[in-house]
Design a binder for this molecule. Sequence first.
Ligand SMILES: [Ca+2]
Ligand SMILES: [Ca+2]
Length: 196
Amino acid sequence: MSLLSKTVLRSLANTAQALTSRIYISSSGEGAAQKYLLLLFLMNHYVPVRCQDCTPIMANLDKFIKFDNMGTTYYTSKAHYSDAVQSAAMCKSICGHLSEIEDKKEEELVHALLKRLNYGGVLIEGTNKYDKSKWESERTLKKINYVNWCRGEPNNHLKNENCLTYMKNWACMWDIPCVYDYRAFDIHYLCEVKNT
Ligand SMILES: [Ca+2]
Ligand SMILES: [Ca+2]
């Protein structure tokens, strides 16, 4: 749903609330009852739009570097990656999720972003911890259709490499542990938020 239509619906719901209180004061009888029922319908139908909204934790937004691109905002963590569950929770706290690189074009965008920030890499969405034979999104539990493994990857080198990272210098993906101190490789984590 577009931002405009959400705004319009919120405005309608607010108007309905305001009108309802006036009708109680100024009207009576069947006509007023019909109007009231109509307004109740509008309110019940549109007010839940508000409940679907997400309010980012403002203090957490400061922990990222923001980049807008074509309806999606990417947030690269200033802190190093150390724990995939914590990283995903941080993304959620700003109303997003770990970035899902869905095609070559998006991969190139992420690579350019890493070059600009001069970061070594970023944790992105993807795990094989549920089924070693496939990589899937932790968020949707669907198979990841796009991967660009670096040469020799995925190699499960440390025997628990069940998470996914995109590396700047090689311009491709590694499997890495879901909990690890990756400061030596300068790995951060990347969230994305779809702008509605
Ligand atoms: Ca994406
Ligand atoms: Ca690996």
